[in-house]
Design a protein around this ligand. Sequence first.
Ligand SMILES: [Cu+2]
Length: 245
Amino acid sequence: MLYAPQAERFWHLPLDAARHGPALDAQLLLNLWIALGLIALAHLILLGGMAFRRRPTRTMRIRLLETLPLLILAILFAALGVRSEQMWAAQRYTGADPAAMQVEVTGAQFVWTFRYPGPDATFGVTKPGLIAPGEGNPLGLDPDDRHGADDIVSSQLVLPAGREVDLTLRAQDVIHGFAVPEMRLKQNAVPGETAHLHFTPETPGEYAILCTQVCGTGHYRMQAVMRVLPAAAFDAWLRAREQRP
Ligand SMILES: [Cu+2]
């Protein structure tokens, strides 16, 4: 069996903590098994050819013997490639459920900052000129925009288990790579662009958020924590943050 239900870690892969993870792992292992089979087969053919060498005669049969496996291989690789692209695009381009929780993720040298829209469900306007981490405004929230007044800015990405989350990725300075191995997520955050990534965290716990682009001298310490909480604990966390002045 290629894939077993993942109560435990499987094949040295990190824990699967997101809903889409097991299908991705199964696809990865299917690729590896096929590659292993093909390597073994290629070596057998090579050894066979060395053992039974004959004068080359290119008959129709031999031509077919050469072409047919190549054709089968091409179709196999194309099918695997298309399936993998589909699985990646499902997290990236299909669009999240309208009821998904919105969180903005901003990468800057060398911190991740997370923002929730607050009770009005609308993110406030940010302006690059207002960015002042030393003054408690790392995202450049515009104080004149009423939507921004209730926005919650956090250094941790706290999420409820079992609910779909729609992340909006941004970068302030250079390209950063948002990656959470246990959630099977990896997406670049590019200055001047927004990238969406949606997924459903399933298993409560703490997971490391890494930066996978060498973004400067402090790249090695660009880490944050994703905390996945049971729904009730998450609601309590959110309420406490909303009540903060
Ligand atoms: Cu970075």
